[in-house]
Design a protein around this ligand. Structure first.
Ligand code: COA
Length: 217
């Protein structure tokens, strides 16, 4: 969710958080591997988005217009690779979720809107329709929060805070966050326009590093 106008216009140094080396992000959970995208993932990711496009809409705003050509997916994945090579400007990365057993690509997570002043980030996720309702998004999100909040000398980003936002109408996503057991912080009535649904309530959750039961990476 966007910062207020004055924060954007007069950015503060604040905590002055800096990222660790991001060139090879990879962490595992019980059933999943979560890692940086590679150029060899382009076709797989493009196909997955096209197979799931109707179900990604309306919740993923980009799903309406983006990744209509494989060149756009190539551009997206190249951008994910390149932005981890520029730590001074880095503020987001999309990561692929793969099944540990078969290596199959099943969805995406990552961190975005990384804020250096408050050492915080947002996270999100989407899952291929073939793999929904098996607990994978919850497992991936829990592990991504571990990665975001773990200290840098233990393989994490060393952030203090993670936030997640979604529409109240997105019941599957709300359920994922409820299963994570993190604190609901905001409920903003009719603040979030969802194409095809209309004005919906924006809900926001947050967790601090000292509140999160961290499983070591
Ligand atoms: C949200 C999403 C990532 C969930 O992925 P997933 O792997 O199926 O999630 P999980 O299996 O971990 O948990 C889903 C939970 O939602 C529940 N659920 C699924 N559809 C539901 C619905 N229409 N209404 C209510 N609950 C629903 C499931 O029963 C499950 O809860 P349970 O374990 O208590 O039974 C997936 O639906 C998706 O990709 N949606 C489109 C993209 C999106 O909305 N991303 C989030 C943007 S904020």
């Amino acid at each position: 969710m966007a910062r207020c106008d004055s924060e954007v216009r007069w950015p503060a140094e604040g905590l002055g958080w800096r990222p660790p080396d991001l060139s090879s992000i990879r962490f595992e959970s019980e059933r999943l591997v979560i890692r940086n995208y590679e150029l060899s993932d382009i076709e797989t990711v493009y196909d997955a988005i096209n197979e799931c496009r109707p179900e990604l809409r309306p919740w993923m705003v980009w799903a309406e217009k983006s990744h209509r050509e494989i060149a756009e997916t190539a551009q997206y994945i190249t951008a994910q690779i390149m932005n981890t090579r520029t730590p001074d400007k880095w503020e987001n990365v999309g990561l692929g979720i793969f099944l540990k057993d078969t290596g199959e690509f099943i969805g995406s997570t990552g961190v975005h809107d990384v804020r250096r002043d408050t050492a915080s980030c947002e996270t999100g996720y989407w899952m291929h329709i073939k793999h929904r309702n098996k607990g994978y998004a919850t497992e991936a999100c829990r592990r991504t929060i571990d990665w975001a909040l773990a200290p840098q000398d233990k393989g994490g980003l060393g952030l203090r805070r993670v936030r997640i936002f979604c529409s109240k109408e997105n019941e599957a996503s709300v359920r994922v966050i409820e299963k994570l057991g993190i604190r609901k912080e905001v409920e903003m009535k009719d603040d979030y326009w969802i194409e095809g649904v209309g004005c919906t309530t924006r809900m926001g959750w947050g967790v601090m590093a000292d509140e999160w039961k961290l499983t070591p990476l």
